[in-house]
Write a protein that binds this ligand. Structure first.
Ligand code: ADP
Ligand code: ADP
Length: 228
């Protein structure tokens, strides 16, 4: 059975006067373990809605969202999210930001976690910046701290919501290659949400194309490109 599966998922949001907005209509797809899947579509096609359903922040109004064969009913530790904005805590340095979720969850940070955090920081190319504060870093570097932070939790599934959208084109491309390098080093199941078809084709094994109003899956493309 598939690692992640959506079966006939529809979602509508209630609005005022008892009306509702249909954000997703009858969406079905599967994701296999360690697959890198990109979701592409214009604004309003339901990408954020999809993210909320997969991460357990909401339940679909119809259909089923299953992860490891069971319905997603609440947020869980196996799922890590990298948001559009890196949302670092400005008063903590890079290392402290990376270990923050572990500290928050377990109340302490073991020396093993610290050395693992150092490894993640090196992996995203910030070894020389471990003690720097967020305001000393560029946007791309801050986003890489966000990625290291998500990876330290060692999630089974990493959901990335337009992680590079705040970056300039050149940094975006560099970050794309960086992400592939990280992914090759430690494969994960990734769901990557983006506006950019180019980015999707470059990074993903499978591309899901959404059409807007209401969000529907209009194509699924399997990609087999040699990885750099
Ligand atoms: P994106 O950058 O993903 O395209 P939007 O700018 O469309 O996001 O929306 C930003 C946020 O506002 C989203 O979290 C979305 O849930 C929320 N939102 C969008 N449309 C509505 C709406 N009609 N009513 C309430 N919230 C909305
Ligand atoms: P995307 O992330 O692709 O821009 P969203 O999932 O944010 O798309 O939105 C899909 C549709 O659902 C849009 O028409 C949006 O206006 C609507 N929507 C999103 N969030 C809300 C909300 N909280 N309340 C009402 N409508 C919403």
């Amino acid at each position: 059975q598939p690692y992640v599966s959506l079966k006939n998922v529809s979602h509508s949001y209630p609005t005022d006067k008892g009306k509702s907005v249909l954000a997703l209509q009858n969406v079905s797809f599967d994701i296999e373990k360690h697959q890198f899947v990109a979701v592409v579509g214009p604004s309003g096609c339901g990408k954020s809605t999809l993210l909320r359903l997969l991460s357990g922040l909401m339940m679909p109004t119809e259909g089923q969202v299953n992860i490891f064969g069971t319905a997603v009913t609440e947020p869980r530790d196996e799922i890590g999210i990298v948001f559009q904005q890196p949302t670092l805590l400005p008063w903590l340095n890079v290392t402290e930001n990376v270990v923050f979720p572990v500290k928050h969850k377990t109340g302490r940070v073991s020396s093993q976690t610290r050395s693992q955090a150092q490894k993640m920081i090196e992996m995203v190319g910030l070894a020389d910046f471990a003690k720097r504060m967020p305001n000393e870093l560029s946007g791309g570097m801050q986003q890489r701290v966000g990625i290291a932070r998500a990876l330290l939790m060692d999630p089974e599934i990493l959901i990335m919501d337009e992680p590079f959208s705040a970056l300039d084109a050149l940094t975006r491309e560099e970050m794309g290659f960086e992400l592939l390098r990280i992914w090759n080093e430690s494969p994960k199941t990734v769901l990557f949400i983006t506006h950019s078809i180019t980015e999707a084709v470059l990074l993903a094994d499978k591309v899901l194309i959404m059409s807007p109003r209401p969000g529907r899956l209009s194509a699924q493309i399997d990609i087999q490109l040699p990885r750099p």
